[in-house]
Design a protein around this ligand. Sequence first.
Ligand SMILES: [Zn+2]
Ligand SMILES: [Zn+2]
Length: 337
Amino acid sequence: MYPETAPPIQPTGPETQFRVVLFYIYTPIDQPEVYRDEHHRFCLEHNLLGRVIIAEEGLNGSVSGLAADCAAYMAWLYADPRFAAIDFKIESSEKPAFQKLHVRVKTEIVNSDLPVDPLIRTGIHLEPAAFKMMKNNPDVVLVDMRSRYEHEVGKFKSAITFEMDNLRELPEHVQEIEHLKDKKIITYCTGGVKCEKASAYLLEQGFQNVYQLHGGIIKYGLEEGGEDFDGACYVFDNRVTTEVNRVNPSTVAHCHLCNTPTNRMVNCANPECNDHLPICAACGWTLEGSCSTDCREHPRKRHYDGTGYYPRETNGYTPLLGYRSQAKEKFSLKTGA
Ligand SMILES: [Zn+2]
Ligand SMILES: [Zn+2]
């Protein structure tokens, strides 16, 4: 189960108006379809954008909006006994981190297909301060549970990584750490949601001492300054990556074109390529955000604005999309969706 949660740390840095809120909780949710509409409506009423996944096993989301709206959202979730133990990770942002709102029902809050239930058994939760104390012990092994494109741009020093496209592939890679069964394993991921299942799976597989970084890299960065996290933390919004290490920062990725160290991740401007690669600022401008000269010449090449992030077509997008059952009662839908 979850450790006691402290009140979330409010960002104090630049006096930005926006927040990005990351959270998850494994808790039974009856009739997720019904709750989905309620949740979607709250987000609409508070101008929140982002992605929320609702399943019978719990809630997982990242939303962004004005600080006051995010505060109202968190208070609303806390007021629901099912969600009172949520541990929010809150970052500042100069602008909204999402262009759209998706509130969806799925069978799992993080795709894994792993035969585990974190509410029954999972790795021991380590708070960031405890993780910081333990991570360099000789009998401790850090295991990154994120996908290849995530750990390519940043990871903990000396952590073991897997060449996974997603967590469903974990069973194929467990043999790579089979020889470490007598060690203390600490799993980590972006915000902690994957590790609830990944650490449970390692216990199933006979690992005895399994821990997980509670709140993931993001919470560790907010609370402990991110010491020994090399590179940047990949995030699933229009920031692409976020800096978490204020203690001993470094870079791990190299520009795909000129090999200079860089923390910048860019989607190739050729929509048919759209490859996700580290590209330094200079090469980004030279190739207009493309990964190669071929991609730069593509007739449908997108306009490069220096970020390398391309929201999927937002023309005519309304956050009301996807808001079905009760929409007609309260909102007038122009889209006919
Ligand atoms: Zn370069
Ligand atoms: Zn390309």
